[in-house]
Design a protein around this ligand. Structure first.
Ligand code: CUA
Length: 338
């Protein structure tokens, strides 16, 4: 398999939830560090006191001290119990308050969400539908969510089969997608870039290959992305014909696509209207294919069409055993879908 190339704008450790870039994640990260540091301090203090207690143990029993097991209230021993219980109670109460305010802070976005994205988990990919009050401005894509930087986006999370979990570690916690239920959440990214997400709930054989990307763009770039996604595919038949070597013409890639792929995949602007798999209308605008498994280039497209079951065993995409010329033609057609 040809190697997957790194994505510009994506951090070197995209799954690290210790470095977050969202008002939905930063308070949790601070709380995590805080609880970690305080817990380490508690262990260090208790260990120190225990060690001091062991080293400064009382005199062994003698004739003058004939009752070594006597426990009583005399002396200064009880004071330490009161101080210990008092300090622990105050620390735990403070941490409980910090935890509750953190939960409240991340439960809703800091401002009204501008629009809603409906994300549906399937074995093993994500359908992404952008909703708008104006139906002519809604569209469907897959496995890559674009958002305007610095603005909250409302999420409606659903499942088409089993329980999955929507998780973008650098932008927030997990929310399960549950069949027959819509879970509402939100995301926001405060820094432009590409964030990797991963299904966070074991959902079968290819759970590990159920990733997605969130691309946070400046608002004007995001607006033009949305406008481009609304368009149908650009007259691909012409584009394919133009690339044909005149001596040995390839079959028409769109015809191959309609014959082998259109029952499951849609390309708006053509007769391909399948809803079983990802919408491919603007396939080439996405960084990855196969739900974050391979970078989106000619070699991987061809490998995926031919050997999907080797790359992602058990996936719903079958191995399509096309003649070499048909494979070339359909790969060329897919690459026109910008
Ligand atoms: Cu979907 Cu794990």
């Amino acid at each position: 398999m040809t190697p997957t190339v790194p994505i510009p704008g994506m951090s070197a450790n995209p799954m690290s939830y210790l470095h977050t870039y969202s008002p939905g994640a930063d308070p949790v990260t601070r709380l995590g560090w805080g609880l970690g540091i305080i817990s380490i301090a508690v262990v260090a203090i208790i260990s120190g006191l225990l060690l001091a207690g062991i080293l400064r143990r009382r005199e062994p029993a003698t004739a003058a001290n004939s009752d070594p097991l006597h426990v009583g209230r005399e002396g200064k021993g009880m004071r330490w119990i009161y101080i210990g219980v008092g300090v622990s109670t105050m620390v735990l109460f403070g941490l409980a308050l910090w935890t509750l305010t953190t939960i409240a802070a991340v439960s809703r976005p800091p401002a009204m969400a501008a629009f809603t994205v409906r994300v549906t988990g399937y074995q093993w990919w994500w359908r992404v539908r952008y909703e708008d009050r104006d139906p002519s401005r809604t569209f469907t894509t897959a496995n890559e969510i674009h958002i305007p930087v610095g603005q909250p986006v409302r999420l409606e999370l659903e499942s088409g089969d089993v329980i999955h979990s929507f998780w973008i570690p650098q932008l927030g916690g997990k929310t399960d997608t549950i069949p027959g239920q819509t879970n509402v959440s939100w995301i926001q990214a405060d820094k432009p870039g590409v964030y990797r997400g991963q299904c966070g709930e074991y959902c079968g054989m290819q759970h590990a290959h159920m990733a997605m990307l969130v691309v946070a763009d400046p608002p004007d770039v995001f607006a033009s992305w949305w406008a481009a996604q609304l368009k149908p595919a650009a007259t691909p038949a012409q584009a394919t014909t133009a690339a044909l070597p005149p001596a040995a013409p390839l079959p028409n890639g769109q015809t191959v696509f309609l014959t082998y792929c259109a029952a499951c995949h849609a390309v708006r602007g053509t007769d391909a209207g399948g809803i079983y798999g990802p919408d491919l209308t603007h396939l080439m605008s996405r960084h990855m294919i196969a739900a974050g498994t391979l970078s989106n280039d000619e070699a991987h497209l061809a490998e995926w069409i031919r050997h999907a079951q080797q790359i992602k065993p058990g996936t719903r995409m079958p191995d399509i055993n096309l003649p070499e010329r048909d494979l070339k033609a359909v790969t060329a057609f897919l690459q026109t879908l910008h």
